[in-house]
Design a protein around this ligand. Structure first.
Ligand SMILES: *Cc1c(COP(=O)(O)O)cnc(C)c1O
Length: 447
């Protein structure tokens, strides 16, 4: 097989004939509930390029939703997984344990911004890890209630659907949901500005608004945990006002409530720090990780203070595949790649490049309400010209135009009006700039 050419290239109209045939087969074989962003089928991917089955090459600004942060088919991951597959593919860590699992936990304990002695446990998906963080917090506190926030996304299993805010498409028709879940208002600076400049810029004030509701509607004596994404992902790449997270954490510490940071999307160098909590100077009790942890293999983790992590009884945590040896080998190679290739710094470079480009675009286009995010997790919130009214139609049209022109880009946001960029850190400046050029020209054509 020849090496994948690192350039955008359209061999056919999108979708090409082979993708079109697969789309038909999918319709007849795959449940309708599984949607697709792109109308093309992947053949191979690397270095910020995804090639489809018709030979079209797309610039990848999505990383499979923040998963292939170090790049797709990253060489160290490929080598580590191949070598591990030849040794053994599964024994079940709960039956015959293996070193790779322990080594991943040691790295997580070393890297996460949790204070003191730590422990980790491995699972398969982000949702499964979130569920386990809640189990651990309940076992530790012997309390039941859990608070999550407006615009939150924590997964699609029953408990995590309850924690997730948005009904359509994640929860619609799938109730009843897990009980003892309560919701508090988030700090959303762009939209809080409507209620006064102070609320938009003073995170402590926004936290006091949330805490007053938590205190009155739930009560610390009933509350096991507060769970929050330090930068919200699906909800719209919402960066809370400075002071919001530290104020929540302080209140949790003072009230015997476990503070869980859901870093499933923000972790592993994505935001220009190994973990997004570092930007806020906070040390959560538990951190949930997944997505970027293993270069595309399914792995997730809960890491936290030893006294909390060790509170469930022996046998109370686990799962058949959790910490599968192939996924652990991939995670070890991923962590090595992030550290030896300086990818945290690369994420910051990407932030500078993107915010500069997008900021200039915003200056000339009043449909761009906000440009925000950190590192290689950057968003543009689209609005009706000169207002803050969300423009989901424009967002859809922009996505469709970009996809047809050979750029993979995703949307998000409670109002469906946020364009989100999650490029792999292995992408070149040249490809990144070209991807942004395409977007700018599609946006200009939609005037
Ligand atoms: C994706 C995501 C999850 C769910 O992870 P899955 O692996 O899809 O179950 C949970 N929390 C956040 C913040 C996420 O972005």
């Amino acid at each position: 097989m020849s090496t994948l050419e690192k350039s955008r290239y359209l061999a056919t109209a999108i979708p090409g004939p082979r993708s079109a045939a697969l789309i038909d087969r999918k319709g007849a074989a795959v449940a309708r509930g599984i949607g697709n962003t792109m109308p093309v089928y992947a053949a191979r991917a690397a270095g910020g390029i995804v090639e489809d089955v018709d030979g079209n090459r797309f610039i990848d600004l999505g990383s499979g939703i923040a998963v292939t942060t170090i790049g797709n088919a990253s060489p160290r991951v490929v080598a580590a997984v191949s070598a591990q597959a030849a040794e053994f593919t599964h024994t079940c860590f709960m039956v015959t344990p293996y070193e790779q699992y322990v080594a991943v936990c040691e790295h997580l304990n070393r890297l996460t911004p949790v204070e003191g002695e730590k422990r980790s446990a491995l699972f398969n998906s982000g949702s499964e890890a979130v569920e386990n963080a809640v189990k651990i917090a309940r076992a530790y506190t012997r309390k039941q209630a859990v608070v999550s926030f407006d615009h939150a996304y924590h997964g699609r299993t029953n408990l995590t659907m309850a924690l997730t805010a948005k009904s359509m498409p994640y929860k619609h028709g799938f109730g009843p949901f897990a009980s003892e879940i309560y919701r508090a208002p988030m700090s959303y600076p762009f939209r809080d500005a409507e209620f006064g400049k102070e609320l938009a810029t003073d995170g402590e004030l926004a936290a006091r608004r949330a805490l007053s509701i938590i205190d009155k509607q739930v009560g610390a004596d009933n509350l096991a945990a507060v769970i929050i994404e330090p930068i919200q992902g699906e909800g719209g790449f919402i960066v809370p006002a400075e002071g919001f997270l530290p104020t929540l954490l302080q209140w949790c510490r003072a009230n015997g409530v476990v503070f869980i940071a859901d870093e499933v999307q923000t972790g592993f160098a994505r935001t220009g720090a190994m973990f997004a909590c570092e930007h806020e100077g906070i040390d959560p009790d538990l951190i949930v990780t997944a997505k970027g942890i293993a270069g595309g293999l399914p792995l997730s983790a809960v890491t936290g203070r030893a006294e909390i992590m060790d509170s469930p009884h022996v046998g109370g945590l686990g799962g058949t595949y959790g910490g599968n040896p192939l996924a652990c080998a991939a995670a070890l190679a991923t962590i090595d790649t992030i550290e030896s290739d300086g990818l945290v710094a690369r994420a910051r470079e990407i932030e500078t490049l993107m915010k500069d480009r997008l900021g200039r675009l915003q200056a000339d286009d009043d449909r761009i309400g906000d440009v925000r995010g950190r590192g290689a997790m950057i968003a543009v919130e689209l609005v009706k010209s000169g207002t803050i009214e969300p423009d989901a139609d424009l967002t859809k049209a922009l996505l469709a135009g970009a996809h047809a022109a050979g750029v993979i880009v995703l949307s998000c946001g409670t109002y469906g009006n946020v364009l989100r960029f999650l490029p792999p850190l292995a992408i070149s400046d040249e490809l990144l700039n070209e991807g942004l050029d395409v977007l700018a020209s599609v946006l200009a054509d939609l005037r």
